[in-house]
Ligand binder design. Structure first.
Ligand SMILES: NC(=O)c1ccc[n+]([C@@H]2O[C@H](COP(=O)([O-])OP(=O)(O)OC[C@H]3O[C@@H](n4cnc5c(N)ncnc54)[C@H](OP(=O)(O)O)[C@@H]3O)[C@@H](O)[C@H]2O)c1
Length: 320
């Protein structure tokens, strides 16, 4: 595993792959048993991984509990990022939900208990709630840093203009965005914004929730078929990209998922590897050693390209 500076705004070194813990636990009915989650965490640590991403919402708090047990006697070795907004309750009360300071304070205290630690390395609201004033979020995050309960702060799932407003008024260290061969819209605003503010960029769903493994074509099951929250349908563009992944995978004696993960890695930010099973983890890590050529990357770049839209297209056209 290689280590890279986590953005230019911190001196923190992260392993090149972050481990995602969204599936750790079974409280939501579809996830990873505690034993297998422990095995994945151990395999990640053995491979040199030092950065685990979770949320109070993942498996209704169970993900944080399992991480807490794992890091209890080796806390200082790991960077832990966690999130709040929706609470860990299956049926949250209105005062526990959202990004307001009361919810933030309650959530951080509960996460610290579950994680069995007295600080969280990177803490962020999980979604824009559409209501809480941005200044309230900035001040609340700053106070958590002042109190020592949180070291760094970040954002995920906020519109870029709101994220940028918060980043202009408080020191953020991280941004977490969905990024994969089927979802490149972060290139329009988020990635330039992250570069401008020196944010460590965490890329979630690098395999588009498993779609880019090609497994659904083969009739295999996964979250898209087992959970009502997801819906997978192959479109013309998805089909062309998965076809190309299969061709490159054959050339490289790899799997389509490994090629898709290697493509995200080639973009220089930090992919968050999501593994519900231990074999998902082991197969995903092999992406670090496959040698996709510049030609492979370019083919995938072209097939998955999106229009950047206004004003980027206007500015690039020379008409401005
Ligand atoms: N900020 C946010 O709002 C947000 C949102 C999403 C994720 N995240 C973070 O990003 C992490 C990764 O996201 P993600 O889980 O969506 O990543 P992903 O890489 O797009 O999807 C991972 C899933 O792909 C499938 N998969 C992986 N390897 C496989 C293999 N070899 N064979 C068959 N299936 C395979 C599994 O799906 P099945 O489990 O369905 O079998 C696995 O759970 C999460 O754990 C979380 O930490 C953050």
């Amino acid at each position: 595993m290689k280590y890279k500076l986590f953005g230019t705004g911190t001196g923190l070194y992260s392993s090149e792959v972050i481990l995602g813990a969204a599936s750790f636990g079974t409280r939501k009915g579809h996830g990873t048993t505690p034993e297998e989650a422990h095995a994945i965490l151990s395999a990640y640590a053995d491979a040199g991984g030092n950065f685990i991403d979770t949320s109070d919402r993942y498996q209704l708090g169970e993900s944080e509990e399992l991480i807490g047990k794992f890091i209890e006697h080796q806390r200082s070795n790991f960077i832990i990022s966690s999130k709040y907004t929706q609470s860990s309750g299956s049926n949250p009360k209105i005062s526990n939900y959202g990004n307001h300071r009361k919810a933030m304070r309650q959530a951080v205290e509960a996460s610290l208990k579950r994680l069995k630690t007295d600080y969280i390395d990177i803490y962020m609201p999980h979604f824009d709630d559409g209501v809480t004033p941005l200044d309230e979020i900035s001040r609340g995050l700053e106070d958590l840093v002042q109190s020592g309960k949180v070291i760094y702060t970040g954002l995920t799932n906020f519109p870029a203009w709101k994220a940028s407003t918060i980043a202009s008024s408080t020191k953020l260290a991280a941004i977490q965005v969905e990024y994969n061969l089927l979802q490149r819209t972060a290139e329009r605003e988020f990635l330039p914004m992250a570069s401008h503010f020196g944010l460590g960029t965490m890329m979630y769903s690098p395999l588009a929730g498993g779609t880019l493994t090609g497994k659904y074509r083969n009739g295999e099951t996964g979250r898209m078929t087992l959970s009502t929250t997801f819906d997978y349908q192959e479109s013309d563009s998805t089909k062309a990209i998965i076809d190309q992944l299969c061709v490159i995978a054959e050339e490289l004696e790899a799997t389509p998922g490994q090629v898709a993960f290697a493509w995200v890695l080639s973009k220089g930010a930090f992919p968050i590897l999501g593994a519900r099973r231990l074999h998902h983890f082991s197969e995903g890590m092999k992406a670090l050693s496959i040698s996709s050529s510049a030609d492979h990357i370019e083919k995938l770049d072209v097939l998955s390209a999106i229009p950047l839209g206004y004003p980027h297209d206007l500015l690039a056209s020379g008409r401005a």
